[in-house]
Design a protein around this ligand. Sequence first.
Ligand SMILES: Nc1ncnc2c1ncn2[C@@H]1O[C@H](COP(=O)(O)OP(=O)(O)OP(=O)(O)O)[C@@H](O)[C@H]1O
Length: 361
Amino acid sequence: MSAIDARDISKRYGTVTALDRVSLTVESGEIFGFLGPNGAGKSTFLNLMLGFTHPSAGSISVFDYDCQHEGVMARERIGVLPEGYDVIDHLTGRQHIEYAIEAKQIDDNADPLNVLDRVGLTEDAGRMATEYSKGMKQRLVLGMALTGEPDLLLLDEPTAGLDPTGAAELRSIIREENERGATIFFSSHVLEQVEAVCDRVGILQNGTLIAVDTIQGLRGSLGGGTKLEITVDSLQNGTLNTIQEIEGVETAVTPDNSTIEATCTNDAKMDILVGLRDAGIDVVNFRTQEASLEDMFIEYTETDQSHNNNTNHDNADHGVTNASGKKKENNHGSQSGEQSEPAEESTAESESGLESGVPSE
Ligand SMILES: Nc1ncnc2c1ncn2[C@@H]1O[C@H](COP(=O)(O)OP(=O)(O)OP(=O)(O)O)[C@@H](O)[C@H]1O
């Protein structure tokens, strides 16, 4: 069964299209990273999952429960760490977890200290949460999300405020939760975190899902997935041309008289070295570096921005796996409307979104 199944979901606020026909399937047991620049529509997607806002078109379900019409059932399966959540006045850390236990109607014998221990707050259990540091508050809200062993964890910017130790602990918790069977869906701008734990990632840009794939798959799709730095004895005239003409080489520059820097496909690495040898150039040293998720994120979102600025690039094939992970296609620039949308909604719609507090249980 899919943990999340979004079908052609759109959300409009007045003239703003926050989400434009997004289709995405996240399978049960996946760790999925949801990325996108500011304003891309990530929180809107999470709010739709939580039933805090309603779609303008399309549908979204969590474990087969429609988030709009069966929201209570869907939310019972979800633990959420919202972005920018603040703690409750006059409650200790322990009372926050007790509140979560009660709200989620979990077994009366559940011990809040077990959760507080997992998030490193045992010693501070009796202190007022308003006195906690930012990172401690983030740990506490994570503890509330973990309470009751939810089947789906929605984490919006979970590392906000965490120190490096806290971030490492978060990664361990994500893996532990995943090992017990939970699906993890998290949105973050800290791409090293995403890269470290995610099975697949989706990149949202201007409300459109522009790529969904494994990190390795994204590297392959971009072509320039590998950076190669080669030190040679000395460069000769025409060396750069020789390299640039090799299939799979995306860029090649010579920052000085003995160094070549190239971005290329994995397969082209050896061709470059062979090409240099054939040209009579001695390779003194070389090292390769795979493109980081951050490199790829910038490349995807900048490419997509240029597509959006030049409106006629619909469906250019960059070979990216689609949102269900099943077939190769590309969503770049696919914003021209083939389907009719309902009338735009008013911006006056009342929202109780992720950024405004505890989800109603
Ligand atoms: N309640 C609302 N009323 C009007 N516009 C909204 C509302 N909520 C979101 N938007 C708009 O929808 C778009 C997507 O916003 P959203 O908060 O989903 O982006 P995001 O990807 O979560 O951004 P960030 O990374 O900055 O948190 C933005 O243009 C935003 O201004």
